[in-house]
Design a protein around this ligand. Structure first.
Ligand code: NAP
Length: 264
């Protein structure tokens, strides 16, 4: 790494929604970015859409985050040919909105596999390299559904609750190696995922429960990620779950203007 070279941040789910926006934000702030995503077509589209002033700063790898062998190889190749990994943003994830009594065990397992195990696989692979350098910042994208009982989220909410606890455990264990581990818990964010999962009724309910009365944009998470990634600005922050949720988790008794659903 040269003096100006900030190192590589791995962004899983980096070819869509929140992950893509965060990857672009990190590029804009001078990090090199290795995006990992599962669909080749989406990776090609993201590559075209993303503006890396210097295209040598952005790479993509196609893999399923639950594939331990593939992730281990990607991380090794990155260290050897792209640069030292200084950060991870674990944004790859899947969601379903299903009442608990209708939730099949198979779908529950699938959600846990991607959201919890997949995030762990990537974080562990990167942390093993960070340990040697005694530095690094790992960010999990959790969810407010991992902090509150949101109807329809028995599997998704449990998976994100698992991510919350995983963040705290890894922060405690990896502190001795100079690695900080935090999570961001977004509220409803306008992405391809919510466009599929959120019906008009669900959308209207979210808008009535968010103090700011609107969905967030993926780019509204960039500031928190940039801050957590930058050791000089967040060196004493680890093990935290930071809600970026328009006030959803803060909201108690709403004002009259907040009770009119769908008027955001
Ligand atoms: P998104 O637009 O669907 O982006 C997620 C990306 O991850 C997609 O490209 C997806 O590919 C990919 N992915 C899924 N499973 C994968 C796997 N096994 N291996 C590698 N890549 C995989 O979703 P998003 O809304 O940006 O969500 C990003 C993260 O934020 C998720 O963890 C989500 O739970 C969390 N989150 C989102 C919101 C929200 O309101 N949007 C709120 C709270 C938390 P496919 O499309 O092929 O699945």
């Amino acid at each position: 790494m040269t003096a100006q070279d900030k190192g590589v941040v791995i962004v899983t789910g980096g070819a869509s929604g929140i992950g893509q926006a965060l990857a672009q934000g990190l590029l804009d702030e001078g990090w090199r970015v290795l995006g990992i995503d599962v669909q080749p077509d989406r990776i090609d589209a993201a590559r075209r859409e993303m503006l890396a002033a210097d295209t040598s700063m952005l790479r993509f790898a196609q893999a399923d985050v639950t594939d331990e062998t593939a992730i281990s190889e990607i991380v090794q190749d990155c260290e050897a040919a792209f640069g030292p990994i200084v950060g991870v943003v674990n944004s790859a994830g899947i969601a379903r909105d299903i009442p608990c009594l209708d939730t099949e065990v198979d779908i529950f397992r699938q959600i846990l596999e991607v959201n919890v195990i997949g995030s762990f696989v990537v974080a562990r692979a990167a942390a093993r390299h960070m340990r040697a350098r005694q530095a690094g910042s790992i960010i999990f994208i959790a969810s407010v559904s991992g902090m509150r009982g949101n109807q329809g989220r028995v599997a998704y909410g449990a998976s994100k609750g698992g991510v919350v606890t995983m963040t705290q455990v890894m922060a405690v264990e990896l502190a001795q190696h100079g690695i900080r581990v935090n999570a961001i818990a977004p509220g409803p964010i306008e992405t391809p995922l919510t466009q599929v999962v959120h019906t008009p009724e669900v959308r209207s309910t979210w808008e009535s429960r968010v103090a700011l009365r609107r969905y967030g944009r993926p780019d509204e998470l960039r500031g928190t990620v940039g801050w957590l990634m930058d050791e000089s600005r967040s060196s004493y922050v680890t093990g935290q779950i930071i809600a970026v949720d328009g006030g959803f988790t803060a909201m108690g008794l709403p004002g009259p203007w907040q009770q009119q659903a769908g008027t955001a």
